[in-house]
Design a protein. Structure first.
Lengths: 508, 1040
């Protein structure tokens, strides 16, 4: 029998008491930290954190929503060169463009804002990390470049955007107002100036592909050019040409730029890095390690149709040897002798189309259907996408120099260098400024078609969207643009969630 | 320290001191020996009296012993129960009053005298339930003293049902408690929704099983349950504070209480289940003809599979291969008993149910051991249970893409052996989902371990201290092996690389709590006060691996796989720390006041928002005790109850307030183009998250007439849930595009509940009839700024539900079909209201927004799965040795979104069609509601065409038993022998055209849902829900 006043009972009490003590003395019982992932509080401590953070800022550039496929898809389809691409949904989403329909423009909006937010985080927190100062400077330079590049895309495609230069500290701070586009450009230019100073001219083999002082300087020149600040553009680009930021030159083989063998070559100032690993299906390009980082859009291009005026332009002027401009074969395929499309004779495969239009052409850049027996898998095409090539720098310089100072020798030298690689004769030295301008514009088509630059060029030359509207045959249905819709609508999700946002003109 | 200080310390600790100090102090005080005598001298008013053991026997009017009788000493916490022979022993003093009560019997009070050595009491059958004792949070209360709204069901009622999941036996039994069965699969779980859906994330009530907290009751062996009570209003549930917003289910399992000696109960039953209703599928030749008409009308060439390559006789009907009668068996064994100090109950159960659908089954093995040891003022009890279930749900057998009737079911040329449609022959690459469900090995194995230890110490006659500790462990292993097979090049029709998926979830919950319970009666003032503290920690570990590349289909363990595709592992810990108190006061047994206060601290919220206080108050008035009614011959009981209270819900994901970093933001760099791991913030967190709060007002009336032969309980409630968590989309220009949880929405539930009971006897036939009914209106009041309406129920490209302001949660949303265009002129006259591609034979839609054009704004609320009215009727009959129990239930004002129509009427050429589909519109068949063939997207929209009434009325259960006369079994050593036959779903009256109107929240092709959180917005969408079956069962119960 247990007696409550006996020693036996005390033993029970002790057991109970010790139990209560064990449970009761757990410190801060309600403080549970998340063991599954790090929190921002735990981050931003070491050099390793700084390196990881800047990698995270690059990450949205190469996923499927951005240069991997979706946003690059819709921006390609905007141009007058692309009639349609293999996956018609890009075009469809452009045709139906309303703020809420089609996710393509929303994807671009989201991915570039991710780059900005992550760069802002780096710029905010990395300065306080104790680490190798040289490396710190490079990382800050990369963040400045990435922020500028993201803003350049956003302001170009969406125009009226907020300007955010520090990460939001609370949910309320995420609702930022739109600013004058000029303010965004000012920020871009300031960032690029700083970036140029902080970035190295080159990286070691393990880090090749990260942005350099050359990338920043070339982008700076491009920004000036697009703003028609001719003198500044000319000066900035000249520095790149003069080798102030390392040696850049044209690859002797034009087509090499669009093959794995030409990744990060001497001609490359900035390119999006893709690799061949990762599952197509996992996360659809979100930040998951197994996720694809392919330039899968190249596949859509190679099965699409390029408007015949591009071929006409290539056929207009032969090389010195009297041949067709060799760049044509790297850009499109048409019904030339022995033309192939992934192992099938072009004439056979497109017999129907050719009977309607003998100049029917399809895209070739990055994929080369003429050379490949089979189409590379959509899920394994990992050739890097060139964003700024030295050839572009030369042509931009020629254009800026012509606009600033007329067709100077330097301007001629620059464009002729690009033409010489294609074994095209030098331009007539006696061209007027206007004639020279036309030559440069023409040369940009021959050199840069299907590199996602054409629509931007048309915009700054004031030819967009009029050229599309004037040429209904450039696409299957001329539903493409309502007048006044030069820019994408601000995605509806942003309008709905941010009371400080006004929809772009043309969409109300 | 004297006793006053003790009380002071406890109450002040309640408010300010940390819990640690509180619990420690409490026990230091309670158990310190020197203090014991002080407390004793101050509190024990009976100290001069001599304790004596009073023995007694209770029997009914026929002289048969009454086991399980409750005997308590009035005003004290001393109580016992009579054993199987009606004997009891209780400690009491001269002058004490013994109160003997039993459900269905009149309560008897006996005063103890010093000369008394045995009490022999004959109980009279009562027509009142009011003396019933019900479990309330951390205690029990006489039903007549209740001020809150509580429903209860006894274990004996649950035992009338032969169900795999005990929750199914509760369906329709309690007004205001909806049990949504997730289809009719073996062992199918249910969603218990108490007084309406009041959250978008979690609608599950809190389960308190033998004092431990769980989030379901699925692991229980139904025959182990002694009683279930459901705390419905805020006053009843407030003692559980932050977890009680969805109501509380308190379950007590059987113990050896009431039995002296050793008793053995054995029960076994066996039954068969069958499909209630077949659908009218067309035969192979009819289908071929239909497809040929389709191509002919569309001006296309006939497909060879229905023309020259069809043998003209093959007729493969899915049901023939998928559905067959299936056995169910249940055996349980229970040993219980003890002596006056030790009570035990050990039970084991085996339940084995095969599904009526091929490749589905459910098995449960469970073992329980409950033990209690008592010594004077000290009592220790423990409840231990272990359960293993094996569950093979077949959720894919009837998916949209299934075998066509013109194709032989088996095809030995295909790997795996099943036939399916081929593009070149049948115009589509098909899947044979019935076959596929047999090739796949997809199962869930759950293990559940439950251990609760309860120490109870009576400090004096007024004050009882309790410590309750426990552990529950749950592991769920979700295994799927997809062998290599081939049916067609369809994505779902071929597996080239065998794959194994193994996910496991392990959860451990630890609980420690302490309470002090004080009872006193001073003149006409009766006071019960309770204070307590509780701490709980839950740890969940989720692990999973997906691997592929096995040497053959017989080898399917991860080690043999060539590559590991996905491996995940996550851990979640949450803790809760609370103090609570309750004061019940009544004056003269007439006026009742109850107040409850609970303060919870939860790790799920930031330190600034961590604590929540949940108050409630209630008032009760037994009007029938007033002079003007006291002598009424008609009204034997009339009681008014009023209550108001606030409850919380903390059921949000762990760590939601902490921002996290994504550790996998890769970049590609270097000449080798390798991956570099990056880190980025991909989501913001909301540090201001707080509890969801539900405020409930309840007005209740209890009425007893004709000596309580007829009782009625009516409750009206108004429940508003605020700060409901919704996902707030934040501007993507923030640099993240994932939504952030915020407290923004509010939901209203208003309802009226009525339950009644009538007992009668006619010429030896005694009967009782208990109907209940409830009416409910559920409405979303607000959603929050920038919160989009919540869509759900997606299936075959259609979103069926949209939850928006002014709708009930999970309402269907779509176009209103007002007819079929009979000719071109109707289309022309409709202008923009007609789809640009509309032709005669297409649906004509209502212009809801009145703008004259068919736009997405013409979609409207098309009803919901929440019934306007639910009712149940229990009928018990006893005549001599025969007994019968019938249970009817029904719902009305329910709509079902019948996706089967999309699938089986429109057909899309991927599966067989129902006979109705042949009645399609054509110029010579215009009197029909089925649109023309080849009509495409215009008719296949979310529309009223797919909405059907889900109302039903059914005989859910009938059981008829015969108990062998005592004299005939005594000689063979039996105490009890009963045989019974029972049937479930013997008849169902419904207009629903699908298999059965019991849909639940199933989502097609999803693995059996472990928690219901994601599927709330799928409720009522029939995406090939597993059909409910009809069961016939025979059973035998033996007692030794």
């Amino acid at each position: 029998m247990i007696n409550f006043k006996s020693f036996t009972m005390k033993k029970y009490l002790k057991i109970i008491l010790s139990f209560v003590l064990i449970i009761g003395c757990t410190d801060n019982f309600l403080d549970e930290s998340n063991p599954n992932t790090m929190t921002p509080d735990q981050f931003w401590q070491s050099e390793g954190d700084a390196v990881s953070a800047i990698v995270g800022a690059y990450s949205p550039l190469s996923n499927i929503f951005n240069h991997g496929r979706i946003f690059t898809g819709i921006t390609h389809v905007l141009s007058d060169a692309v009639r349609q691409v293999g996956d018609f949904s890009y075009a469809a989403s452009v045709f139906n463009l309303t703020p809420s329909q089609g996710n393509s423009h929303r994807n671009g909006w989201e991915e570039y804002w991710k780059v900005i937010f992550r760069s802002n985080n780096v710029l905010e927190f990395v300065p306080n990390i104790e680490m190798d100062n040289a490396l710190k400077d490079k990382i800050l330079g990369e963040a400045l470049f990435l922020r500028a590049y993201a803003y350049f895309n956003l302001v170009h495609y969406f125009r009226n955007i907020p300007l955010v230069t520090a990460p939001a500290k609370s949910l309320a701070e995420t609702q930022q107002p739109q600013v004058e586009p000029s303010k965004v450009y000012d920020q871009i230019k300031a960032d690029l100036t700083l970036a140029t100073a902080k970035l190295p001219n080159s990286w070691d083999d393990d880090n090749k592909g990260r942005v350099t002082a050359g990338s920043a300087a070339a982008l700076q020149g491009k920004v000036h050019l697009y703003l028609q600040e001719w003198t500044s553009a000319s000066a900035a680009l000249k520095k790149v040409i003069d080798g102030d930021y390392g040696t850049y030159d044209l690859d002797s083989d034009y087509s090499n730029n669009f093959k794995e063998s030409g990744e990060n070559n001497i001609e490359s100032l900035f390119e999006i890095q893709f690799d061949n690993t990762g599952a197509w299906t996992a996360g659809w390009g979100a930040d998951v390690p197994s996720t694809a980082r392919y330039y899968s859009f190249a596949n859509d291009l190679s099965t699409g149709q390029v408007n015949s005026w591009v071929l006409d332009m290539f056929l207009e002027e032969p090389t010195i040897a009297g041949d067709i401009d060799p760049r044509a074969y790297s850009t499109i395929i048409w019904d030339f002798p022995n033309a192939m499309s992934f192992g099938t004779a072009f004439a056979t495969k497109y017999a129907d189309q050719l009977s309607d239009n003998p100049k029917y052409s399809v895209g070739a850049k990055y994929v080369f259907p003429n050379e490949e027996a089979t189409a590379p898998g959509m899920t394994s095409h990992a050739v890097n996408k060139k964003i700024i090539r030295y050839a572009d720098v030369l042509l931009m310089y020629a254009e800026a120099e012509n606009e600033a100072n007329g067709p100077t020798t330097a301007a001629h030298d620059a464009i002729n260098k690009v033409r010489a690689r294609a074994t095209m004769a030098d331009l007539d030295a006696s061209l007027t400024k206007d004639q020279f301008r036309e030559k440069v514009r023409r040369e940009r088509v021959l050199e840069l078609t299907l590199e996602d630059l054409r629509q931007i060029d048309l915009m700054r030359w004031g030819q967009y969207p009029q050229r599309i509207l004037d040429n209904p045959d450039f696409r299957n249905g001329n539903l493409f643009y309502v007048q006044g819709r030069e820019y994408f609508p601000i995605p509806q999700v942003e309008v709905d969630t941010n009371p400080n946002i006004k929809q772009n003109p043309g969409y109300n | 320290m004297d006793s006053k200080e003790i009380v002071f310390l406890i109450t002040s600790a309640n408010i300010s001191a940390t819990l640690n100090t509180f619990i420690l102090s409490l026990f230091l005080i309670i158990f310190s020996e020197s203090l014991y005598s002080n407390v004793n001298s101050d509190f024990n008013v009976h100290e001069n009296l001599v304790q004596q053991l009073v023995k007694g026997t209770v029997s009914d009017a026929n002289g048969l012993p009454l086991p399980g009788m409750s005997i308590v000493v009035e005003g004290k916490s001393v109580g016992t129960q009579s054993d199987y022979d009606g004997n009891f022993v209780i400690e009491a003093e001269a002058g004490d009053k013994l109160i003997l009560s039993y459900i269905g019997m009149e309560t008897v009070t006996v005063e103890v005298s010093s000369s008394m050595d045995a009490v022999n009491v004959t109980m009279q059958e009562s027509t009142s339930e009011l003396d019933e004792v019900v479990l309330i949070g951390y205690g029990s209360q006489k039903k007549s003293d209740l001020t809150g709204s509580i429903s209860s069901v006894s274990g004996s009622e649950i035992a009338k049902f032969n169900v795999g999941n005990a929750s199914q036996a509760l369906m329709g039994k309690m007004a205001g408690v909806r049990i949504e069965s997730n289809g009719g699969g073996p062992g199918a779980s249910s969603n218990i929704v108490i007084r309406g859906v009041s959250s978008f994330t979690n609608t599950n009530p809190l389960f308190v099983i033998d004092g431990l907290f769980t989030d379901n009751m699925d692991f229980l062996n139904p025959s182990d349950i002694e009683s279930v009570q459901i705390l419905k209003d805020a006053s009843a549930a407030a003692i559980y504070g932050s977890r009680a917003a969805n109501g509380v289910v308190i379950i007590k399992t059987k113990s050896g209480e009431g039995a002296t000696g050793i008793f053995v109960d054995v029960e076994t039953s066996i039954g068969t289940q069958s499909l209630i209703k077949s659908l009218d599928w067309v035969s192979g030749p009819e289908y071929a003809k239909f497809r040929n008409e389709m191509t002919d009308l569309g001006g296309q060439d006939r497909l060879p599979g229905f023309n020259e390559l069809y043998d003209g006789t093959t007729s493969t009907i899915v049901e023939d291969y998928a559905i067959s009668d299936a056995p169910v068996q249940n055996s349980s064994f229970r040993v219980y008993g003890g002596n006056e100090n030790i009570k035990f109950n050990v039970s084991a159960n085996l339940f084995d149910q095969e599904g009526i659908v091929v490749a589905s089954e459910f098995k449960r093995k469970s073992l329980r051991a409950n033990l209690s040891v008592k010594n004077k003022r000290f009592k220790l009890s423990q409840n231990f249970a272990i359960t293993n279930t094996f569950d093979r749900p077949n959720t894919i057998w009837n998916l949209g893409n299934n075998i066509l009737p013109t194709i032989p079911f088996y095809n030995p040329d295909n790997e795996g052996g099943y036939g399916a449609a081929i593009e070149a022959v049948h115009g589509t690459n098909g899947v044979n989902h019935v076959g596929k469900s047999q090739l796949w090995d997809r199962n869930f194995e759950r293990n559940n371990l439950f251990e609760g230890i309860n120490l109870e110490y009576e400090i004096n006659d007024n004050l009882v201290a309790k410590v309750n500790t426990g552990l529950t462990y749950t592991s769920v292993k979700n295994n799927t092996f997809l062998p290599t097979f081939y049916m067609s090049p369809n994505l779902d029709g071929v597996i080239e690389n065998a794959e194994k998926r193994e996910y496991s979830t392990e959860a451990i919950s630890l609980l420690a709590e302490a309470t002090l319970d004080y009872n006193t009666q001073i003149n006409k003032h009766s006071i019960n006060a309770l204070v307590g503290a509780t701490m709980q920690q839950n740890t969940t570990k989720v692990e999973g691996v997906v691997a592929s590349g096995f040497p053959n289909n017989l080898i399917c363990e991860i080690s043999a796989a060539e590559n590991i595709q996905i491996a995940v592992g996550d851990k979640y810990v949450s803790s809760l720390e609370s103090v609570f108190g309750r004061l019940n006061y009544n004056f003269d047994g007439k006026y009742f006041l109850s107040g409850t206060l609970r303060r919870d601290g939860s790790s799920r919220f930031s330190s600034d928002n961590r604590y929540g206080v949940f108050p409630s108050a209630a008032f009760g008035w037994i009007i029938s005790k007033e002079n003007f009614l006291q002598d009424s011959q008609t009204v034997s009981n009339l009681k008014l109850r009023l209550s108001y209270g606030e409850l919380g819900s903390q059921e949000i994901v762990d760590y939601a307030y902490i921002p996290v970093l994504n550790l996998n933001s890769d970049g590609v760099f270097g000449t080798g183009q390798g991956r570099t791991t990056g880190v980025s913030q991909t989501v913001f967190a909301n540090p201001n998250l707080v509890w969801e709060t539900t405020k409930t007002t309840n007005i209740g009336l209890d009425l007893g007439l004709f000596n309580n032969r007829l009782t009625l309980t009516a409750d009206w409630y108004d429940k508003v849930s605020e700060d409901i968590l919704v996902q707030l989309q934040i501007p993507p220009s923030s640099g993240t595009n994932q939504p952030v949880a915020q407290n923004a929405a509010s939901i209203s539930n208003k309802g009226f509940e009525l339950s009644a009971n009538y007992r009668g006897e006619i010429k030896g036939l005694s009967f009782s009839i208990s109907p209940n009914v409830n009416f409910l209106k559920n409405e979303v009041l607000t959603l929050g700024t920038n919160v989009s309406p919540i869509t759900g129920g997606a299936f075959m490209g259609i979103d069926a539900t949209k939850t928006d302001i002014g709708t009930s949660v999970g309402s269907y949303y779509g176009y209103q079909v007002i007819g079929i265009y009979q000719n071109e002129s109707e289309i022309t006259s409709d202008g923009d209201m007609a789809d640009p591609n509309a032709q005669p034979g297409d649906f004509r839609y209502a212009d809801i927004d009145g703008d004259g054009a068919l736009t997405s704004d013409d979609q409207t609320n098309l009803g919901s799965y929440i019934p306007d009215m639910e009712y149940g009727i229990t009928l018990n009959l006893e005549y001599k040795n025969f007994d019968a129990n019938l249970f009817f239930n029904g719902v009305s004002g329910v709509e079902i979104f019948n996706f089967a129509k999309t699938k089986n009427i429109f057909g899309f050429g991927a599966n067989n069609i129902l006979r109705d589909a042949l009645n399609y519109w054509r110029p010579d068949n215009t009197d029909t509601n089925i649109p023309r063939l080849n009509s495409g997207a215009n008719n296949n929209r979310s529309s009223s065409f797919m909405i059907e009434s889900g109302d039903y009325f059914r005989l859910r259960n009938i059981q008829v038993g015969y108990t062998l006369p005592q004299e005939s079994i005594e000689s063979i050593g039996l105490r009890n022998c009963r045989i019974y036959v029972s049937a479930q779903n013997l008849f169902t009256i419904t207009d629903y055209s699908g298999y059965y109107p019991e849909i639940g929240r199933g989502q097609a092709d999803q693995e059996r849902v472990v928690d219901n959180n994601n599927t709330l917005f799928y409720a009522g969408t029939d995406q090939s829900t597993y059909p409910t079956s009809r069961q016939f069962i025979v059973g035998l119960q033996l007692g030794f």
